[in-house]
Design a protein around this ligand. Structure first.
Ligand SMILES: [Zn+2]
Length: 258
């Protein structure tokens, strides 16, 4: 999925980045050719520590366990009315078997991100493998980013859903490499956004609220996501589970035990 039309993702890109190519990427980076790195990341996401976590195309599944975690104490807080809207979006996703694009707005205070705005496009023009942001949704996101002033700590969450299709191992519970590419694009390619506001991602799938923060370099997962009711009470929401690798391992053990 991508926030705007993107020819890059549709092209066949290299499947494996070997050491030599990574060295070339580094040189290209040093020359300021960030675009080259971005294209490479579309098919092979290289973590900030140099680990390559995906080696295939844009629909490859990202192993949750390899996403670095936000520092202890980091969390997302969603007010109840927006949580209810997200539940509806998740239901539409599975009823119509399609990905639904949405966004959330908010701000951060320290390591806590407070969500305070939401919109989604649940019209039937979506399909089951990629969520397309309408012009209107995209414009609203840009307007929010444009209005944000430095130092306000505004946060914009690029969200979408994955419907339950086939087995979990196929990856609907996980981010795809194309998803990561969308966050990289958002962070770098739009002057309204670049360096001015915090870019987050949210994937709703299988009852999970999977939030990530993209810092321009790497993608960090939030393990602590809460819904806050009108009394101010917090309830923890499921995030990043179960994991496809863990599921496969459990299946393997099950076979051994039977
Ligand atoms: Zn996705």
């Amino acid at each position: 999925m991508a926030i705007i039309n993107d020819g890059v993702l549709n092209k066949k890109v290299q499947r494996v980045i070997d050491d030599q190519k990574r060295a070339a990427l580094k040189q290209a980076l040093e020359r300021g050719q960030r675009e080259i790195e971005r294209r490479a990341r579309a098919s092979a996401y290289v973590r900030a520590d140099g680990r390559i976590i995906v080696r295939a195309g844009e629909n490859s599944v990202v192993d949750n366990r390899q996403l670095p975690r936000m520092p202890q104490g980091s969390c997302i807080i969603i007010p109840d009315e927006i949580y209810q809207s997200l539940r509806v979006v998740a239901d539409v996703t599975n009823e119509k078997t399609m990905e639904v694009p949405f966004y959330l707005t908010g701000y951060n205070s320290g390591q806590t991100v407070y969500i305070d705005g939401f919109n989604a496009d649940t019209s039937a023009n979506q399909n089951n493998v990629s969520a397309t942001f309408s012009e209107q949704l995209t414009q609203e996101m840009f307007d929010f980013a444009k209005a944000a002033k430095p130092g306000e700590n505004k946060a914009l969450v690029h969200g979408h859903t994955h419907p339950r299709i086939g087995h979990a191992e196929r990856g609907y519970l996980n981010y795809s490499i194309g998803d990561i590419d969308a966050y990289i694009k958002m962070h770098y390619d739009f002057p309204e956004i670049n360096g001015k506001i915090n870019v987050l991602g949210c994937l709703l799938t299988g009852g999970n609220f999977n939030f990530v923060f993209f810092d321009g370099n790497d993608m960090y997962r939030f393990d602590d996501v809460f819904v806050k009711n009108s009394q101010g009470e917090l309830k923890k929401l499921p995030a990043f589970g179960p994991d496809i690798i863990a599921l496969k391992y459990a299946q393997h053990r099950g076979l051994q035990n039977s």
